[in-house]
Design a protein around this ligand. Sequence first.
Ligand code: CA
Length: 233
Amino acid sequence: MNNPVVLVIEDDPPVRNLIVTTLKTHDYKYLTAKNGAEAIMMASSHNPDVLFLDLGLPDMDGIDVIRQVRSWSTTPIIVISARGDDADKIEALDAGADDYLTKPFSVEEMLARLRVTIRRLALMNIDKGEDHSTYTNGKLTIDYAAGVACLDGEELKLTSMEYKLLCLLAKNTGKVLTHTYITQNIWGRSWDNDIASLRVFMTTLRKKIESGPEAPKYIQTHIGIGYRMLKVD
Ligand code: CA
């Protein structure tokens, strides 16, 4: 994707300037919005590639911006917020945000999150044009049509639950999935004991795909929040 357009939604001028200057320096195109209403209008009329969204906006809650944009668009939304509580992050992710950054943040981290999101977008675009039946990430491959996952060419002996979990993470590579999102997708509901079961399935799945539990290469844990499949080169 050449020079993606980022819509920066932030009411605080110094923070907005920092983000915009960083984007400009790294050859991204940008648009800005100072409040939620402007953000929704610009997201619909200018078709940006990625949204950077502050949650504390003067006219409405950023969570409502996510919900409204999500009602018609799948454009990635990266939340940049001073609200650092897990509950706030989970609310944003469950409303449809793709990632979050807690203020104060480093511009390097912001750029890294942006690159991950853009890579995921590029992957999704490739997917659209091709056969959906295979997934490749580092040494991990999934043949969706055959229902088989392999690591380094060796077939993995996965239980149906581990396979489902792996496919859900793979299809959302680069995106943080909350415990609730995962359990709702796998069991169609989210109870506390489902989240406990999820941890167990995740542990057994990881034993099969990661070389060491101390240094997971594929599945990243976001403590208290959820998991993310990383793109491995
Ligand atoms: Ca604000």
